[in-house]
Design a protein around this ligand. Structure first.
Ligand code: NAP
Ligand code: GLV
Length: 321
């Protein structure tokens, strides 16, 4: 069995290759480089160039080294015929990302509920202006009246929603198909979106980027939240209508936002988000791909496919996730 590996942002793939060699000892795995048209049975990759797929109709599957499939499907939309037709695309399912997302979302929820963001601002005002520090206790938002909504209840969103509920927040979750999650009030389908959003104090986004979900974080969505609510976007920058967020922060409809993902990454140095006191940014780190669990999951799926068994995580290109 021959496996192609491609992950452009790492300079040295030896750790990954060693993990696959350990998990699939009889496989030959090589890093794809331009000009490599030799035979391969599987591709394991992230953000590939179109040339990688030339003449690869015989691949048995394409495994993504991430959860989001939007960049690969966008490549096919930009250059139809790039992806070999009929070859299944398989994304990572959790592999340690759900715990990371939960840490991030819980941190943001507690920061806003206890108003640590406002204490940060007070301290920063002191260091910047040199003026005396404001020494003022702020009333925290009672946890029971701090409803949190999680957009997307897949491998990541369901875990985040459960953890926030277990921590004592009132939690709602939104998905395409109906779900039952202990302690979470669930809503399914676009018609239920206003009821899901109604009066939320914090909105966490964990939807995939698809034609249906892009732009969902917009003025209309914000208008249903409690006045002075908070936004946490952990999914994709394409979900957010940036001018609508800036307007909502300016007019007080939203109190603050934490953004891990952006329409353009890296975020341009002159982008206003860098300098907006009510916006917290992180560089797309809310859930990193962990080599060990990712390689183990992909290896087990390759073995299952070789035995003719069904596997999870196959992307539906029509649905977009
Ligand atoms: P997933 O398992 O595919 O779950 C997607 C969820 O979104 C499902 O619950 C799905 O509903 C729901 N959904 C999709 N389209 C919808 C629509 N039109 N209306 C309502 N609900 C819809 O994906 P995941 O593994 O949880 O990952 C979610 C996203 O997180 C990824 O696509 C990626 O963009 C992002 N991500 C970001 C980072 C980061 O570091 N920032 C890391 C990993 C992933 P159904 O359950 O009904 O299908
Ligand atoms: C990262 O953003 C991923 O989709 O895994």
């Amino acid at each position: 069995m021959k496996i192609l590996f491609y992950k452009p942002e790492i300079a040295d793939a030896s750790h990954w290759l060693a993990l696959f060699a350990r998990e699939l000892p009889s496989a030959e795995i090589r890093v794809w480089a331009p000009g490599d048209t030799h035979a391969a049975d599987y591709a394991v990759l992230w953000r590939p160039p179109p040339e990688l797929f030339a003449g690869r109709e015989h691949l048995r599957a394409i495994f993504l080294l991430g959860a989001g499939v939007d960049a690969l499907l966008a490549l096919e939309r930009r250059r139809p015929g790039t992806l070999p037709p009929g070859v299944p695309i398989v994304r990572l399912e959790d592999t340690g990302m759900a715990d990371q997302m939960t840490e991030y979302a819980l941190h943001a929820a507690l920061r806003y509920q206890r108003r640590f963001d406002e204490y940060d601002l007070a301290q920063r005002a002191c260091t910047v202006s040199g003026a005396g520090a404001p020494w003022q206790a702020l009333e925290p938002h009672p946890r029971a009246s701090f409803p949190i909504g999680v957009l997307g209840l897949g491998a990541l969103g369901a875990h985040v929603a459960s953890a926030l509920a277990a921590f004592g927040f009132p939690v709602r979750g939104y998905s395409r198909s109906a779900k039952t999650i202990k302690g979470v009030a669930t809503f399914a389908g676009r018609d239920t979106l206003p009821a899901f959003l109604d009066g939320l104090k914090l909105l966490v986004n964990l939807l995939p980027s698809t034609p249906e979900t892009d732009g969902i974080l917009n003025r209309e969505t914000f208008s249903h939240l409690a006045r002075g609510a908070y936004l946490v976007n952990l999914a994709r920058g394409t979900h957010l209508v940036e001018p609508d967020l800036i307007e909502a922060l300016d007019n007080g409809r939203l109190a603050a936002a934490t953004l891990d993902v952006f329409a353009q990454e890296p975020l341009a140095q002159d982008h206003p988000f860098w300098r907006m006191p009510r916006v917290t940014i992180t560089p797309h780190i809310s859930a990193l791909t962990l080599p060990e669990p990712a390689a183990v999951q992909i290896a087990r799926k390759i073995e299952a496919l070789a035995r003719g068994e069904a596997i999870g995580g196959i992307v539906d290109p029509q649905r977009g996730y």
